[in-house]
Design a protein around this ligand. Sequence first.
Ligand code: GA4
Length: 324
Amino acid sequence: MVLASPKPIRSERILQSDVIPIVDLKGERCEVIKQIVKASEEYGFFKVINHGINDEIIDKMEEAGFSFFAKPMSQKKQASPAYGCNNIGFNGDIGEVEYLLLNANTSSIAQISKTISIDDPHSNFRYKVSSYTEAVKELACEILELMAEGLGVPDTKVFSSLIRDIDSDSVLRLNHYPPTLTVKDNNSTSNNKVGFGEHSDPQILTILRSNDVPGLQISPQHGLWIPVNPDPSAFCLNVGDVLEVMTNGRFVSVRHRAMTNSYKSRMSMAYFGAPPLNACIVAPPILVTPHRPSLFRPFSWADYKKATYSLRLGDTRIQLFRAN
Ligand code: GA4
C-alpha cells in the first residue's frame, strides 16, 4: 500500500530535502568550531556524527525505553508524574505522545528506577539511564566549550559549567510516538498527527537521538518546516532559549515539533542541559558591545522555568525577558 505523504497544514511550507548541517566531530578542530557556530547562528540546529558515544550505551538506553513503553498502562502509570500520556505541561497542551520525563541527577534517577523496575529488578534501568545521561552530558559540555571558543569567549567553560554543576536542573525525556495511521471511510489514509507541538526548548542545549523513524521537523522561519531525516548513529543538537540569551542573540533557539507519520513507533531520547535554579542567566561581557547592546535583562533559571510552566507549549517566553 502506498502511504499518502503528510498534507501540510494550510499556510505551511514543508521543505522536501534535508538541509540540516552535519558536523563530523572527528574533523579538523577549527573547521568543526566554524561549522558549529555557523549552524547555531543560522538554524540553532545541527547533527553531529563521530560523536564518540559508545553504541552499547545508546542501544541499552533505547532498549530500556522501548521495554518501559511496552508495559501495560497500569504499570506505566505507577511512574507518574514522570510518566505522562497525551498531556504536555499543565496548561492544556496535548499530543499523540507518551513520555518519561526524568530529572537527570543521580539520586532522582535512582529513585524513579526503583518504581520503574519493580516488576523486573534485573533490568538495570538505573544503570542504563545514568550511563546514557552521563555520556550525553559530556558531549553537550564538549560542544558548549567549542561554541564558547568559536564565539571568542575567554572562559570557554562559561556555558558548560552550568550543566556540569551538581545542582544543574537538566532533564532526560523519552518520547514515544505510537503509529497513528488511520484509514478513513473513503479508504484513504491519514497519518500526519502532531505528536509534540511546535515549541522552542527553554534550557541551554538539547541533545536528541531517535530511532530510524522520521517525525522531527524544525522551523527556522514562521510557516516553514524542514523535516530532519532520522539517523540513529547521529545526535541532533539544538540551541535552547537560555543559550540564545547567553549568546546575546547570536545563536537562535530553534522552534521544532514532532509528527507521527509512520506504521512504526518512533522513540526519541532528549537530554535537556539546564543551569541550576539559582544561576544568573546573562551573556558574557565580550558578547555585549556598544554595537550589540544587551538584548535581554538578567534573570535566574528559576524565573525562566516559572514563566515557561505558566505558558502554553507554543508560546515564545523569551520575549518576556527582553531588555527595556
Ligand atoms: C519543552 C522541552 C522539554 O520537553 C520540557 C517541556 C515541558 C514539559 O513537558 O513539562 C513544557 C515544554 C518543554 C515548554 C512549555 C511548558 C513546559 C511543557 C509546557 C507546556 C521538559 C521543557 O523543559 O519545556
